[in-house]
Ligand binder design. Structure first.
Ligand code: ADP
Ligand code: ADP
Ligand code: SF4
Ligand code: SF4
Length: 604
């Protein structure tokens, strides 16, 4: 259960019960129907918990359940989730079955607009896209009736906004194009080179998208040989080339650096016309803000239920998301708001120098990196900013003593823990075994700061190679932060995490830095994440794959100003949440800030 549920039957305000049973975790032969034997409603003679008629699994009658909270607590395998809702979201638009995930409401594509979707993984984004793409006919929660056509649905939505969308879908007059979340799959399913793939979709327009996304250099390359960022751009190009009325773009930012993210955003915005719409799911909130005209929030409990909020202007939608409260639905989905503090220099007196390096040059193949002299301190979290291929990993490996500089010598070696960009799963190892080895010297306090906030306990029994990308990421972040190294490097910790998990990881890093007196270096391309997590910044510039130069550590203002100047954008802070927002190019604020050299505006 989570904080949305009430405890021990104290539910006079609850309007509605949601009971979900994970069949993969329900073993009645091992527990001898414990939940059924202990349920007070069953004990009083009613059939609240029964046996599912198809499988030998528990089944809960939601209309009889009082939400007392006993069964989720006593089930030995954690198979049951009971939610007591104080808000009635009405009947679902779709349910996968009895005691299974259900989705309430849908995002609505708006012609001529990019509509962003912000929310947690597991709350039904793929389901919603499947419905709007015509791949799933929504059953309005009546999963017993296999729905074969849209007739009943159209009747239900007559006169409502969704009517015209469903009417077009029913008549096959709403072609859609989808950029999937997992771009790696394209390389596995398609044989051939980039140009062949794109020409196959739309030969006439291929040269245009190749130019717009800068794909010229990789046009002849086989898909199997592309990096994650290159695959992302190819996937976007292929999606755009298909003629459609609605374009669904699921997580366009993965594997892209900030410059590439902004370029992709401009490209996606270019897809809309008076007749076309874009729906985009994105967890990088600065990018979502930059990309969208308006926003739907998606909230609920992952794998249990999801709700799509009404649509809001982008600023308001993102601010409500950070606030954790959906106003129109009158529903608080997070206990506390996420707040961004104005950055001020932290108390440098408490910080002891950890590592000082002289200016050095280091080579990797034909690539050369030059670093200015610098010092890092304890109790510091240092953001590392720069494009892909500019030498960030090379720099950190040099600090760790793995690479030796050509010129300049590092005075000492210090123990370094490293979470690489691409995390791997050790075979035949459970999460608990892995963390036990990697965090063997961690104090109780450090474990406390990691295990609960990163939701690791429910993963303990699982094998590493069965985890989702986001789960594996969290395990590796904990292993690095819980190690005994005094310098910890996290390379792209936000990858594969949803917005909520990113904010949680950012907080966890801050806690480890502040309480455990560690130094953490964070490489990431999510600007809001970096703004939240960093005390100081190392800024990389140069020509990717040829040469790079590192400056710093710099103060936040100086570092961000340097980065944003490189990118040609300016950033202001939102007045109510203090989150960073990219100014519209050429707007009054953009012009004023650039003229004053204030690319990173720290005040309101
Ligand atoms: P998201 O895209 O937001 O991660 P999805 O729409 O993929 O969410 O899935 C939401 C939940 O619905 C999943 O956690 C899963 O438990 C459930 N689900 C998805 N597809 C099915 C299915 N075919 N049958 C049963 N449950 C499903
Ligand atoms: P970043 O971390 O900023 O993406 P890296 O430090 O990984 O950049 O790489 C910088 C450049 O050095 C890249 O162009 C990469 O191709 C090159 N490089 C990295 N490792 C090697 C190596 N072992 N041999 C040859 N070139 C390398
Ligand atoms: Fe046993 Fe849990 Fe299944 Fe109930 S839900 S039958 S307690 S395993
Ligand atoms: Fe029974 Fe509902 Fe209580 Fe579970 S939460 S024990 S199903 S009344």
């Amino acid at each position: 259960m989570n904080y949305l549920t009430r405890k021990n039957g104290a539910t006079p305000m609850s309007l509605k019960r949601i009971a979900v049973i994970d069949h993969d975790k329900c073993y009645p032969d091992k527990c001898n129907w414990l939940c059924q034997r202990k349920c007070p409603v069953n004990r009083s003679g009613s059939e609240c918990i029964t046996q599912n008629t198809i499988k030998v699994k528990a089944q809960i009658a939601e209309e009889l359940c009082t939400g007392c909270g006993i069964c989720p607590r006593i089930c030995p395998f954690g198979a049951i989730t009971i939610i007591n809702l104080d808000v009635d979201f009405g009947e679902p638009i779709h349910s996968y079955g009895v005691n299974a995930f259900r989705l309430h409401k849908l995002p609505i594509p708006q012609k001529g607009k990019v509509t962003g979707i912000v929310g947690r993984n597991g709350t039904g984004k793929t389901t919603a896209i499947g419905i709007l793409a015509g791949n799933i006919i929504p059953n309005m929660g009546k999963y017993e009736n296999k729905t074969e056509n849209y007739n009943a649905l159209l009747e239900k939505f007559r006169g409502k906004e969704l009517y015209s969308v469903f009417s077009e879908i029913a008549n096959k007059k709403h072609p859609v194009s989808i950029k999937p979340q997992m771009v790696e799959k394209i390389a596995r399913t398609y044989q051939g080179n980039v140009k062949q793939l794109l020409m196959h979709v739309n030969a006439e327009k291929t040269p245009f998208v190749v130019r717009e996304l800068g794909l010229e250099k990789i046009a002849e390359r086989e898909l199997q040989h592309l990096s994650g960022g290159e695959l992302q751009k190819v996937a976007l190009a292929a999606c755009a080339l298909k003629e459609a009325k609605t374009y669904f773009i699921d997580e366009p930012s993965s594997y892209l650096d900030i410059r590439e993210r902004l370029r992709a955003a401009g490209f996606i915005r270019g897809l809309v016309t008076d007749e076309r719409s874009v729906l985009a799911v994105e967890h990088d909130l600065v990018l979502l803000d930059y990309l969208s005209d308006n926003v739907h929030m998606m909230f609920g409990q992952p794998s249990v239920f999801g709700v799509v909020s009404s649509v809001h202007p982008t600023r308001e939608g993102i601010n409500q998301y950070l606030e954790g409260y959906a106003k129109d639905e009158n529903y608080r989905f997070r206990e506390k708001p996420i707040t961004f503090l104005d950055k001020s220099a932290r108390d440098i007196k408490k910080q002891i120098p950890l590592l000082t390096w002289p200016a050095f040059d280091v080579k990797q193949g034909t690539f050369t990196l030059h670093a200015d002299a610098g010092t890092i301190h304890t109790n510091q979290s240092i953001g590392i900013l720069g494009p892909n291929g500019i030498g960030k990993t090379t720099f950190v490996k040099t600090l760790a003593g793995i690479l030796t500089p050509e010129q300049g010598k590092l005075p000492q070696k210090i123990p370094v823990a490293y979470k690489p960009q691409y995390v791997e799963a050790t075979p035949n190892t459970t999460v608990e075994e892995f963390l036990h080895t990697r965090m063997s010297t961690a104090s109780r306090e450090a474990k406390h700061l990691l295990v609960e906030p990163l939701h690791l306990q429910p993963l303990y029994e699982k094998q590493l190679d069965t985890l989702s990308g986001g789960e594996l990421q969290r395990v590796h972040i904990a292993a690095a932060l819980g190690s005994d190294a005094s310098l910890i490097l996290l390379d792209e910790p936000s990858a594969m995490l949803d917005v909520e998990q990113r904010l949680q990881v950012a907080k966890t890093i801050r806690n480890i830095v502040d309480v455990q007196e560690k130094t953490v270096l964070v490489v990431d391309h999510d600007l809001m994440f970096m703004d939240y997590v960093s005390d100081r910044l190392l800024l990389f510039e140069g020509e990717p794959t040829l040469n790079g130069k590192v400056h710093g550590p710099l103060g936040m203002e100086e570092g961000m100003n340097g980065l944003l100047k490189q990118l040609g954008i300016s950033v202001r802070r939102d007045q109510s949440t203090k989150r960073p927002r990219v100014n519209k190019p050429g707007s009054v604020k953009d012009t004023e800030q650039k003229k004053a050299g204030d690319y990173y505006y720290t005040k309101d």
